[in-house]
Design a protein around this ligand. Structure first.
Ligand code: ADP
Ligand code: ZN
Ligand code: ZN
Length: 725
């Protein structure tokens, strides 16, 4: 059986011609209609009672997918309800389908670098005492070559140089040659030396490393839980070194690669040529080249985004998923797999240990760790002993009562003035998610809920209120607050521009930078803005999500969150978790240098556990509250979810279709799951089509799917990260 790389995402059965040694995972060529297509052999000895066409031949002598990868593909197809061909395609570089015309092309060499080795004359020069007449730099270089240095970088590390080696070569003491090297993109080159490499591990690091090393080969999972700066990356690096020392390879998954350039750079610095970078920011050709280096066994450390999990490492010993809470680990098109769950399954299939790392893991992961399904490895403190910033929660309801209409509370304004006067830097953060989507009383903080579901109504552009869980609608928002009678009930409407004006008014002399989504669209804008702050050209930055990540600036001593709670009002089961995570991230930007740091959270919901726990840097308390709420509603990990969505040009069509499927699901549910909806999807209209959704929630929602035929006009998302898609 054969899964084509192009054309319909299905499997087809062919006959193996006499004399062709076909194995599982081989890339083969076959006639498909008038064309020839390439596909992966996913099963042998498939029974068939039809006359079968023969395969044309093999494309490459070595199977591209191993038996355990095929087993993983089968698991993905069963778990995420996709075709086996979808899963197989996700495992191979996209360029493969387009490229492999004749055979499988080798990775292209890109440029060359000089390499050196000692000649016998060089050896005897070192052995003679005193050594032949050499300059100090030449002598150091000669010794470095004797110790095994090969490249310019090796020589520089040892205090020598390529120039000195070249002159040694001219005297016959060294041999000079060249070799092809791969271009490592500049953003992944580390400027500073890799210092922590030779430092002793801290006690918690050593304990975590010993536990994982002891489990190598077991296929077990671990949660490395520690705040930013607690030394997680260093643990990944040392575990990778241990795996390599045992002849095993490692896969390191990182979320958005541009925002984790430092992590990638440290892997490149430590493992050099053995690292393959596999991520979506590469061109298809570059990605193919990197993948090919792994297939050829040249690279055995893979660093990359989600799909790097499928890199063809032969003896996989370690899988790391850094920032395991990141939504980008879930693929939003078929196969809709989650890289964390898939990594854990790959661990079970291959024996590789799986280390999930985070300061703010998803509560489902944390619950798995406290239940013992995976092992918790805590890193409780920052390595460099930096305290977390002292954080104040400001109640915005009181600001309004005190007649302050600015976007900055008096506390935040005072802190900003103080920070600027001291010559330190500040980050002001605005949460765009959840913006203007709810109706909120600015006097008492009341948010208008759906009476049936008690989750906030979403405010649509035409003024309607819509419940995205049950579909209930109100034509317009109330004019006065049902709780306190205030007329100041309206949607939130603070933009970066207004905050910027208020900042200019508060600190007119401070140099201001703005980083919102529009500003970062231009390639490199994020880096440019970071550089302006790093160099001190800018003193205050106002920004959205982008400033929360990757901004490691020792001069920043104040982080102000203008609206800490907007996201909390989103009608989604992960709203509190995402809020806590983001606030923790943003607050972590403060106090990274010796000047210390503080944080200020402005909110209409100062008592909410996500806000209180974020201000106190208290993950455990947050998780406890959040899990209690999840249990109450049967959300993960206490129940599983399946999100079903459909769209059509006519509203009536979607409504009829959704009602019809809802009825069939309810009839078949049989206590395995409850059926929520139909309701309009959160983006109720997209690209001119109306969209509706149904949610299955319960212990065995996929069992319900087994009993109901679901048409191709529906997308099925098992274990969705959000119900607001
Ligand atoms: P995290 O990934 O949790 O943010 P890192 O591994 O980046 O933490 O460590 C934070 C900082 O501490 C880095 O600058 C790193 O080089 C340094 N560091 C990590 N482990 C050690 C150690 N054992 N000794 C000295 N410095 C360390
Ligand atoms: Zn009110
Ligand atoms: Zn409702």
């Amino acid at each position: 059986m054969f899964a084509g790389l192009r054309g319909p995402a299905r499997t087809f059965t062919y006959r193996i011609p006499e004399g062709l040694d076909v194995r599982l995972g081989h890339l083969a060529r076959a006639g498909f209609g008038a064309r020839a297509v390439h596909g992966v052999v996913v099963a042998l000895d498939t029974p068939s009672d039809r006359e079968l066409k023969p395969l044309d031949g093999l494309v490459h002598p070595v199977p591209l997918l191993s038996a355990r990868q095929l087993a993983l593909a089968r698991w993905m197809a069963a778990t995420y309800r996709c075709g086996l061909a979808d899963a197989v395609r996700a495992m191979l570089p996209p360029a493969l389908a387009a490229r492999a015309r004749g055979g499988l092309p080798a990775a292209r060499g890109e440029r060359t670098e000089p390499v050196f080795a000692l000649t016998p004359a060089g050896h005897s020069a070192l052995a003679s005492a005193p050594p032949a007449k050499l300059g100090a730099r030449q002598l150091v270089t000669l010794r470095a070559l004797a110790a095994g240095a090969v490249t310019s970088a090796d020589l520089a590390d040892a205090g020598g140089s390529a120039a000195a080696a070249t002159s040694l070569a001219a005297r016959g003491l060294a041999l000079k040659g060249t070799r092809g090297v791969r271009r490592v993109p500049v953003e992944f080159r580390l400027s500073e030396a890799d210092l922590s490499k030779d430092m002793p591990a801290t006690a918690p690091q050593a304990a975590a490393i010993a536990t994982v090393i002891g489990a190598l080969g077991s296929g077990r999972g671990f949660l490395l839980h520690g705040v930013t700066g607690s030394g997680k990356t260093e643990v990944y690096l040392r575990l990778t070194a241990e795996a390599l020392a045992r002849g095993q390879g490692a896969i390191i998954l990182v979320p958005e690669i541009a925002l984790t350039a430092q992590v990638v750079a440290r892997f490149v610095a430590r493992f050099g040529e053995r690292v393959a970078l596999l991520h979506s920011a590469l061109s298809a050709g570059e990605r193919y080249d990197e993948w090919r280096r792994v297939l050829d066994g040249v690279a055995d450390v893979v660093v990359g985004s989600r799909s790097a999990l499928f890199a063809p490492i032969e003896r996989l010993g370690l899988i790391v998923v850094d920032e395991e809470q990141e939504p980008s680990y879930k693929q939003e098109s078929a196969p809709r797999y989650h890289a964390v769950d898939t990594a854990l399954e790959l661990g079970r299939l291959s024996g590789a240990v799986v280390v999930l790392g985070s300061a703010t893991p998803r509560v489902v992961t944390y619950a798995a760790a406290t239940a013992g399904d995976i092992t918790l490895l805590p890193l409780p403190e920052r390595v460099l002993d930096l305290p977390l910033p002292r954080t104040t929660v400001v109640d915005l309801r009181l600001e309004l009562k005190a007649n302050n209409r600015s976007t900055l509370s008096s506390a935040l304004r005072a802190a900003l003035v103080r920070t600027v006067a001291k010559g330190e830097q500040a980050i002001l953060y605005l949460n765009r998610r959840g913006f203007a989507t709810v109706v909120l009383c600015r006097d008492c903080g009341y948010v208008v809920p759906c009476p049936s579901c008690e989750i906030p109504f979403a405010l649509h552009a035409d003024g309607r209120l819509v419940c995205h869980r049950c579909g209930r609608e109100e034509p317009r928002a109330p004019a006065i607050c049902p709780r306190c009678g205030s007329a100041r009930i309206r949607h939130l409407g603070v933009g970066t521009q207004r905050v910027e004006e208020d900042v200019r008014a508060a600190v007119p002399k401070a140099r201001l930078a703005r980083l919102d989504r529009d500003a970062v669209k231009a390639k490199g804008a994020h880096a440019a803005m970071y550089e302006r702050m790093r160099s001190g050209q800018a003193q205050v930055i106002v920004g959205t999500q982008m400033v929360a990540k990757g901004f490691d600036l020792p001069g920043v001593s104040l982080v102000g969150v203008v609206n800490a709670d907007t996201q909390l009002n989103l009608p989604d089961f992960t709203a509190a978790e995402r809020t806590f995570e983001l606030l923790t991230q943003v607050l972590g930007r403060s106090g990274r240098g010796d000047v210390g740091g503080e944080g200020i959270l402005q909110t209409y919901l100062p008592e909410h556990y996500a806000i209180v726990a974020a201000a106190a840097h208290d993950y455990a308390t947050f998780a406890e509250h959040e899990l209690r709420a999840r249990r109450h509603f049967g959300y993960p990990p206490f129940g599983r979810l399946v999100l079903l969505q459909t769209s059509a040009a006519k509203e009536a069509t979607v409504e009829r279709r959704a009602a019809e499927l809802a009825a069939r699901l309810r009839a078949a549910a049989d206590g395995d799951a409850e059926v929520l909806g139909p309701a309009p999807a959160f983006a109720a209209k997209r690209a001119g089509s109306y969209r509706a959704q149904l949610v299955l929630r319960g212990e065995r929602p996929t069992a319900v799917l087994d009993r109901v035929e679901i048409g191709a006009e529906w997308t099925v998302d098992v274990d969705p990260m959000t119900l607001l898609g």
